[in-house]
Design a protein around this ligand. Structure first.
Ligand SMILES: Cc1ncc(COP(=O)(O)O)c(C=O)c1O
Length: 475
């Protein structure tokens, strides 16, 4: 068993000894360290590996651990200032993306982060599947560029409607390509289907990683208003006409950050707007496995015989962020271009990871995990809502999302969401401001509060801390 406190003690002792002794000095054996720090051999080995990686110690096979030779420390850091001249200005969105992926400071309660907290991840099942996959030599060989056929079939079947259109088989294995996570899939799609200078329509607000990827691809981003029922179809049609855009990025199910689901009444109108404009829609179905209430509607890709929808489904949200496996589905020449783009980007996703994923999603553990997740997410969402009702009733969102990971809470008119988020971090609760989720001026200040990253028992204290920094009325 790995014990992080014991590992820290071992690291501290070895670091001290290595710093004081000349290169080549023998350090205490694993057995001595195990006894002295009441640590398991696994913990001691991990601590030694850390110091080897830092270059402080070296291991010699069968002989033990020794102080490593030190390279002379540079007298002053090298001058890299020329690079900013060569590189020009920083790209839009990079800082926001770093904030999105930042780990919370210790002691702070995270109401942020786009992934499940470690307790909700099926780590044991994933680990067992990966260990089995890694032992099979075939998994390490070069596979098809578009990914394993059996895994592509699984993703394709997941998109099918309960009552398919008789004349249309929907997405099939040959339409799918396996990618290393949703963000990579999104970046490849934007690059494959657009030229720099093209316009991308996005529902607003939207996932800031999509905004950042669009800017990195040199696209002009135009927001289309959305409400609790998803994007407004007449505004979408008007935006296609006005801008000449041929691509629209959208999350029809439990959108990040708002939690909105495109209503049944709007789905045909959105598809009609695409057909009318001769345009594509990237359907980012990131939250299909994060349903809390009821059953999710089928993906839009299930009612798209004309091939307008580029379907994207990632497993990182429902399983673990380290499971870098997603799939893109597209038909016709667009599908061929996407597969070609993926080849340029990274050849293919690691074979053991694909095999482990297939094993996991086709095992009973996957269904058990999703059932548990539904209950756990409901408990967390409801605990956060209860805490808001108690401490910050004016931040309770007007609609409760039926799935996903986040609440999108309105701040009082005139409040500065960025200042509130900064003050909240100082008060010991991490939240994200709403502003970076908009491609243009936000209609009002919001916070994104994530309920998946902290236990239900922490929600009351998190919102109590938040209440100390949220203005009650216009400042
Ligand atoms: C809506 C949405 N799409 C895609 C992603 C990318 O996730 P990943 O690359 O881990 O699959 C995220 C991550 O936050 C997201 O929120």
């Amino acid at each position: 068993m790995f014990n992080s406190n014991a590992a820290a003690r071992v690291v501290q002792e070895l670091r001290g000894l290595a710093g004081a002794a000349p290169a080549g000095t023998r350090l205490p054996s694993v057995r001595e360290l195990t006894a002295r720090h009441q640590a398991s051999p696994v913990t001691v080995a991990a601590a030694i590996r850390q110091l080897v990686a830092e270059g402080l110690v070296e291991t010699r096979s069968g002989r033990g651990t020794f102080v490593a030779a030190r390279s002379a420390a540079p007298s002053s850091p090298p001058d890299m200032s020329w690079q900013t001249v060569a590189l020009g200005p920083r790209r839009f969105g990079e800082e926001e993306m770093q904030a999105l992926l930042a780990l919370p400071p210790s002691g702070a309660i995270p109401l942020t982060g786009g992934y499940l907290d470690a307790h909700l991840q099926p780590a044991a099942a994933l680990g067992a599947a990966l260990a089995r996959a890694a032992r099979q030599p075939a998994a390490w060989q070069r596979g098809p560029v578009e990914g394993r056929e059996d895994l592509r079939s699984w993703f394709a079947r997941e998109t099918s409607a309960p009552t398919p259109i008789p004349s249309d088989p929907g997405l099939r294995a040959e339409d799918m390509v396996i990618c290393s996570g949703g963000q990579a899939a999104l970046s490849s799609t934007l690059r494959a289907l657009t030229e720099p200078g093209d316009t991308l329509l996005v529902e607003s607000p939207t996932y800031l990683g999509a905004l950042a990827a669009a800017h990195a691809a040199g696209l002009r981003v135009v927001p289309v208003p959305a409400d609790r029922d998803g994007v407004l179809p007449d505004q979408l049609a008007a935006a296609f006409t006005r801008t000449g855009a041929r691509l629209f990025y959208c999350q029809p199910l439990y959108a990040n950050p708002t939690g909105a689901t495109l209503s049944p009444a709007r789905r045909p109108a959105v598809l009609a707007a695409l057909r009318e404009a001769g345009a594509f829609l990237i359907e980012d179905d990131y939250a299909r496995d994060l349903t809390i209430d009821g059953d999710p509607p089928p993906p839009l890709a299930a009612s798209d015989p004309g091939g307008h929808v580029i379907y994207l489904r990632s497993l990182t949200k429902s399983a673990a962020p380290g499971l870098r496996v997603a799939a893109l589905g597209a038909r016709g020449p667009a599908g061929a271009r996407l597969r070609a783009a993926r080849l340029l980007d990274d050849f293919f996703v690691a074979g053991p990871l694909q095999q482990a994923t297939l094993e996991f999603v086709t095992s009973p553990a996957w269904h058990r995990h999703r059932r548990t997740l539904r209950t756990e997410l409901r408990t967390r969402r409801d605990a956060l809502l209860t805490a808001l009702h108690r401490h910050l009733p004016h931040l309770v969102p007007p609609t409760v999302p039926a799935g996903g990971l986040h609440l999108w809470t309105p701040l009082p008119t005139g409040a500065d969401d960025v200042a509130v988020a900064t003050a909240a971090a100082t008060a010991g609760v991490v939240v994200l401001p709403g502003r970076p989720w908009h491609a243009a001026e936000p209609p009002g200040p919001h916070l994104r509060l994530t309920y998946a990253a902290a236990p239900p028992s922490a929600m009351d204290e998190a919102v109590r801390r938040l209440a100390t920094v949220v203005p009650v009325t216009r400042p």
